[in-house]
Write a protein that binds this ligand. Structure first.
Ligand SMILES: [Zn+2]
Ligand SMILES: [Zn+2]
Length: 408
């Protein structure tokens, strides 16, 4: 774990894991992060190896295993992001074309990386049409009904985040925490069977902001004390603690809120549901958290507070205007499994009298690509520009976008 040697923020003594699966997800994610950092050339590697950050990833659980008859399901990291910062309001204002990466919180970057992974997967699936020779790593299959691509039924997507998502999930009110108990009946490739059954929570404090969406606090914006949710003691660190739930002072939704939206409409974004792409939305099967986990609060924040979301039934031909058959593009509220892990991402200790130092503006994005091409980027989270690799411009995704355009 040399690449992570400078991380030094976690007290792990009292942390308990939910199960071996949660720990396996954390371990492969941290290893993938460290490998991505170690693969960078020197000035960048040195920068990324200092200070603290938050890591989030998307792990695929593939029921097909590695190929053998008695193979257990495999888990592999396909996307990850590390970062704690976002663009200031004034930088956002100056980005008239909307080409900068506004939000470099880890969960947002991991989801950005996942979208790139899915694009690469569609490329793989198209290239192998009619053959399965190189299909081991492909998570897609042809959906004959819609003539699009769908996720194979034995594949699920699992998020890991080294710290609980900022916003609602960090508001320790309106719920009681129960102590986690490690379930040692489950092996490393088996998620808890009841992971997706969430008890109906009580929403008796809606007017105090129990279900409210919140914004990432922009430290350069004027303080607005009209908000009702404010994390106590959240001053000073600004956005850096990735945990401040503050009302209205910024413009970017908290990660809890974004995750809540993704649990309604999927993590794939609108473009990947277009013609020739995915047949249905992609939902997270579970979320595993390192620091500051509270199951009841996490469930409220990520999914259960969206209980009024109606979803859509298959879009009818009349509405859609194109298909003769109703499409299977169905949205429905997803309740992911919620797990915690005691596997530490930050391995050292604080210097006496100091807290974690989250000052680093570099954010890392990595994804599993198609064929040895560049699949990582560094983004300067304050400006939203790509700082590595350097190309003709500094727009994240620029290289990727050009590649796609020239091919079609
Ligand atoms: Zn966040
Ligand atoms: Zn739920």
């Amino acid at each position: 774990m040399t690449a992570g040697g400078a991380r030094s923020a976690e007290k792990v003594g009292r942390r308990v894991s939910t199960c071996a699966f949660a720990d396996a997800i954390a371990r492969v994610s941290i290893a993938a992060h460290d490998a991505a950092v170690a693969s960078l050339p020197d000035p960048e590697r040195a920068r990324l190896s200092s200070g603290q950050t938050v890591l989030a990833s998307i792990v695929v659980r593939d029921g097909r295993g590695g190929g053998g008859e008695n193979d257990r399901a495999r888990v592999r990291v396909v996307a990850l992001g590390a970062g704690t910062k976002f663009m200031t309001s004034s930088s956002i204002d100056s980005d008239a074309r909307g080409v900068r990466v506004r939000d470099c919180h880890a969960e947002v970057l991991a989801r950005r990386a996942l979208k790139r992974f899915l694009y690469a997967q569609i490329d793989i699936a198209r290239a192998r049409r009619g053959t399965v020779a190189d299909a081991r790593s492909c998570v897609l299959e042809r959906d004959a009904r819609s003539n699009r691509w769908s996720i194979r039924p034995d594949v699920t997507f699992h998020m890991y985040t080294s710290s609980t998502p900022c916003g609602n999930a960090t508001v320790k009110r309106w719920a009681r925490g129960a102590k986690e108990v490690f379930d040692d009946a489950l092996d490393e490739s088996t998620p808890p069977p009841d992971a997706k059954t969430h008890e109906k929570p009580s929403f008796g404090s809606v007017h105090e902001g129990q279900l409210a969406f919140t914004y990432k606090r922009d430290p350069t914006a004027l303080e607005d004390d009209g908000g009702e949710i404010r994390e106590r003691g959240g001053g000073g660190g600004g956005d850096a603690a990735a945990g401040a739930a503050v009302h209205i002072t910024g413009r970017l939704l908290s990660c809890s809120d974004k995750l809540a939206v993704w649990n309604c409409v999927g993590v794939q974004g609108a473009l990947l549901l277009c013609e020739n792409a995915l047949s249905s939305p992609v939902y997270l099967a579970s979320v595993t958290v390192g620091r500051k986990f509270n199951r009841a609060i996490l469930r409220r924040a990520l999914c259960c507070r969206m209980h009024r979301f109606r979803g859509t039934d298959a879009i009818s031909a009349a509405e859609d205007g194109t298909a003769a058959e109703p499409r299977s593009r169905v949205f429905a509220l997803n309740h992911p499994g919620t797990m915690c892990t005691a596997v530490p991402f930050d391995v050292g200790t604080y210097a006496p009298g100091e807290g974690a130092n989250f000052d680093r503006a570099d954010a890392l994005v990595w994804w599993e690509g198609r064929d040895g091409g560049e699949t990582r980027e560094l983004i300067d989270a304050r400006t939203g520009s790509r700082s590595f690799p350097r190309g003709d411009d500094d727009i994240s995704g620029g290289l990727f976008a050009r590649r796609r355009v020239t091919r079609t």
